[in-house]
Ligand binder design. Structure first.
Ligand SMILES: NC(=O)c1ccc[n+]([C@@H]2O[C@H](COP(=O)([O-])OP(=O)(O)OC[C@H]3O[C@@H](n4cnc5c(N)ncnc54)[C@H](O)[C@@H]3O)[C@@H](O)[C@H]2O)c1
Ligand SMILES: O=C(O)C[C@H](O)C(=O)O
Length: 314
């Protein structure tokens, strides 16, 4: 799938930043932006398009004024939706974003029927599940972006704790993109050196707490949620697919027996390549982590149940 067409639905903070990041690295031929706000779509497309004069490749940035103008994309990124503000949790966005998702996904199915979809809108794992339910596409083609961001946040916290190895830190986590996410410093490393051999247990607890709270910290300071790190995280996933680079990245995917669960989307390490999710990696979890993972999966299932009770899927 070398260097082709990427559609981004939602030209707000995350969508536009993802587009900008993609054009800066120049890995794709064309980015198409669509938002229900046409002025925003056109304005961002022009501004980002003009920035590509100085990037390694003159990626074309096209505004779509109607969903039909975003067609035959290889990858579609969905960032359409409402971000949280103030004291809201991501779960508070469930009903409003599920409604938006219904409209957006119907258009993606119609106009880009062969695409891989990367879901960004929150609550992430439940929105990713909604896309599976609506499309019924092969599960390799629908992926939720969360671990790429949370792993970067974890790497940031690890660096802040030890003061070296920036850019060499690999953070691993599993579970939902919410309060029950499970950062796993015990299997993370700095330049290949296990973190366990560098930081104390107390420091690890701090790293875990700060990683889990990473999104809320930004909301506290900015009054809306993060977009630079999320935008870059989206672009890294897109690039892995365009380049078929087969990288390992924790992402939200539909489980079908892995980790003992089915019919739920949750974050686990996967291999990303030209076909989307190339492989789901099953970590061996100890008893304590298994129990945490169950709480995490149950919290996602609770959200799905709320949608079912509201007849969302009929
Ligand atoms: N998965 C993650 O790690 C992660 C990270 C950051 C943000 N998010 C989520 O991403 C979403 C977007 O965040 P943001 O900061 O970019 O918000 P934003 O408000 O800046 O942008 C969202 C855009 O979606 C558009 N939109 C709404 N309904 C639409 C529709 N039916 N069709 C097309 N466009 C539509 C809006 O007009 C708006 O421009 C939020 O739900 C947020 O919680 C997730
Ligand atoms: O925190 C949010 O609500 C947005 C996003 O999920 C994030 O983690 O930055």
């Amino acid at each position: 799938m070398v260097g082709r067409k990427v559609g981004i639905v939602g030209a707000g903070s995350v969508g536009a930043t993802a587009a900008y990041s993609l054009t800066m690295t120049g890995r794709c031929h064309e980015v198409i932006l669509y938002d229900i706000d046409s002025d925003l779509t056109v304005g961002k497309a022009i501004d980002i398009g003009q920035s590509t004069s100085y990037s390694p490749r003159g990626t074309i940035v096209t505004p779509a004024l109607h969903p039909s103008e975003m067609k035959d994309c290889d990858i579609v990124v969905i960032t359409a939706g409402v971000p949280r503000k103030g004291d809201m949790t991501r779960a508070d966005l469930l009903m409003i974003n599920a409604k938006i998702m219904k409209e957006v996904v119907a258009n993606v199915m119609k106009y880009s029927p062969d695409a891989i979809i990367i879901c960004v809108s929150n609550p992430l794992d439940i929105m990713t599940y909604v896309i599976h339910k609506m499309t019924n596409w092969d599960r390799s083609r629908i992926i939720g972006m969360a671990g790429a961001l949370d792993g970067a946040r974890m790497a940031y916290e690890i660096y802040k704790k030890v003061g070296f190895g920036s850019g060499q830190v690999k953070g691993m986590l599993i579970g939902d993109h919410g309060q029950n996410m499970i950062p796993m410093p015990e299997i993370s490393s700095i330049g290949g050196v296990p973190l366990e051999q560098i930081v104390t247990k107390g420091d690890m607890q701090d790293i875990i707490a700060r990683t889990k709270d990473g999104g809320a910290q930004i909301v506290k300071h900015l009054g809306t949620s993060a977009y630079y790190a999320p935008g870059r995280a989206v672009a890294v996933m897109v690039e892995a697919m365009l380049d078929d680079s087969q990288i390992v990245m924790p992402s939200s995917v539909l489980l079908d027996g892995e980790y003992g669960y089915s019919d739920v989307c949750v974050g686990v390490p996967v291999v990303l390549g030209g076909n989307g999710v190339e492989k789901i990696i099953e970590l061996e979890l100890d008893g304590e982590t298994k129990a945490k993972f169950k709480i995490s999966v149950d919290s996602i299932k609770d959200g799905i149940e709320i949608l079912e009770k509201n007849n969302f899927f009929v």
